[in-house]
Design a protein around this ligand. Structure first.
Ligand code: ATP
Length: 489
């Protein structure tokens, strides 16, 4: 790209705690994210994507889908149903093990994660310089986590340490109980146990139960992968941080089936590929991404890493990469009575494949992209807010701005808008000063503004303004589409 002269841009330093509240208000004001059913007071941890948010989310999903399916000859996609035969969740272990230890405060009727209360207490002891106490409680907590009666052990720590609710200071505690995160609903006319179905808590199981369907219909040979984007539901008690932890969210998951023994190599390859995806395809700064290796593994995994992002509120997971062994297929074989083995055509070997999973949260990634892009600076002496999105995911790709509304300038600008509309999402804006119109586009992350002005009428050229540098260049009006293709993809 021919980078033209830069305008005078000075970058502001932002305090991290302010960024979140600014982002939440910008997201609502400009139509990225609204609170769900807001006119009725909303619903905790539920959000709606507005016109710009839904465009951008679609861009993120398309990018993931292309990278994970079309660019790999041996990975195909599916779109499984959200509700499944309830035995699926018995086989997967979710009915018995997808639990959090919860404790209620009788006075305030609020519910808390018992393990989080203890962890925060240990943290506070440390902050207060009471290292010895922190160490002592930490040791009891470790023993309690392994105890047969974990609930009782957690309860004892909370009572002995006189741990209080962080928000109310109250401590009228009930016993600790395991609380299952799956949403239950009733299918059909009967409200008894025979009609219970679950809203899926992960999309992965829809892939496992379709293992043979996909393999046979696509004549797939191990190693191969199945990818899926879809909604998952978790009755999360601890909510918060905008769209970071929701009860209804979208996952982008891929299960990669390999021969037993080949899982470690595949795991390493996927670890590298997924990390690079964030940096190279989405343009997220490498310094904001972190690896975390799990010590405590989920019931199905023998190795697990998270890719974490430095959010303003802390470094938190956006994607999990799990070596799921042959756990899921074996369980489905046992519970369904159907053979889940794969027969290698070349060698006649029979085995249940091992699985490497890459599981990203679309909404968490969306939040990471918003945080990564948020920028305040001063351009030519004027303060502006800018979302510095990679052009690939920016919702609006270009704005067409006639310097004057009426007459030939307006007509030419409308013609340009129509010529671009079939290829890109473009906005047409003829209201207010040109500076104001630029600011409006900067705030939603539009990479380019194309202005039709007096000179256009003389020589058929337009001004193209670059979002990040505020620099401008002139190109022929007939070259704008070509320019956008060259700079957006
Ligand atoms: P956490 O520890 O934060 O609850 P998790 O380890 O349970 O997450 P996974 O089961 O590995 O998450 O799910 C894969 C991805 O799905 C996560 O990396 C995250 O991006 C996303 N995800 C999980 N739970 C939620 C949620 N409640 N809201 C939004 N996204 C979620």
């Amino acid at each position: 790209m021919n980078i033209p002269d830069q305008a005078r841009v000075a970058h502001a330093t932002l305090s991290p705690d302010k960024v979140m509240s600014k982002l939440v208000s910008l997201a609502k004001r400009r139509g990225f994210i609204f609170p769900s059913s807001e006119i009725y007071g909303g619903l905790s941890s539920c959000f709606d994507y507005g016109p710009l948010g839904s465009e951008m989310k679609k861009n993120v999903k398309d990018l993931w889908w292309t990278s994970m399916t079309r660019k790999h000859q041996n990975i195909v996609g599916i779109d499984a149903s959200i509700m499944m035969n309830p035995t699926v969740w018995e086989a997967s272990g979710h009915v018995s093990s997808f639990n959090d230890p919860m404790i209620d405060d009788r006075t305030t009727k609020r519910r808390y994660r018992a393990d989080h209360l203890i962890e925060n207490h240990i943290e506070k002891l440390r902050r207060d310089g009471r290292e010895e106490d922190a160490h002592r409680v930490g040791a009891s907590y470790e023993r309690a986590s392994e105890a047969e009666n974990q609930n009782r052990a957690f309860y004892d720590i909370i009572i002995t340490e006189e741990i209080k609710a962080p928000d109310t200071g109250s401590s009228d505690w009930t016993e600790v109980r395991q609380f299952n995160l799956m949403f239950q609903c009733n299918m059909g006319a009967l409200a008894d146990a025979s009609g219970i179905v679950y809203l899926r808590p992960e999309t992965a199981q829809g892939i496992f139960v379709n293992f043979h369907n996909v393999r046979e219909s696509g004549r797939m040979r191990v190693p191969f992968g199945i990818a899926q984007i879809g909604k998952a539901f978790r009755n999360e008690i601890v909510k918060g941080n905008f769209i970071f932890r929701m009860v209804e969210f979208e996952q982008m998951e891929m299960q990669y089936f390999v021969k037993p023994g080949a899982q470690e190599e595949a795991f390493e390859a996927w670890r590298e590929e997924r990390f690079n995806w964030y940096v190279e395809r989405l343009g997220i700064g490498q310094e904001k991404l972190h690896w975390y290796r799990h010590d405590k593994l989920a019931h199905y995994a023998d190795l697990a890493y998270d890719i974490k992002f430095a959010f303003p509120f802390g470094i938190e997971e956006i994607e999990g990469i799990h070596s799921r062994t042959d756990f899921d297929l074996k369980q489905h074989q046992e519970f369904s009575g159907k053979n889940m083995e794969y027969i290698d055509q070349a060698t006649n070997e029979r085995y249940i494949p091992y699985v490497v999973e890459t599981s990203a949260g679309c909404d968490r990634l969306f939040l990471a992209l918003l945080c990564d892009a948020y920028n305040e600076d001063v351009v030519d002496g004027e303060q502006r807010v800018m979302l510095k999105f990679s052009p690939k995911i920016a919702p609006v790709k270009a704005a067409v701005l006639p310097l004057m509304k009426k007459g030939e300038m307006g007509e030419k600008a409308a013609g340009l808008r129509d010529a671009l509309a079939g290829d890109f999402l473009v906005q047409y804006d003829d209201a207010g000063s040109i500076g104001k119109r630029y600011r409006r586009q900067d705030e939603i992350g539009t990479p380019f503004c194309v202005t039709v002005d007096h000179q256009t009428l003389e020589d058929e050229t337009v001004t193209v303004r670059h979002r990040d540098t505020a620099a401008q260049e002139r190109i022929g009006i007939s070259k704008v589409k070509e320019f956008l293709y060259a700079n957006l993809t």
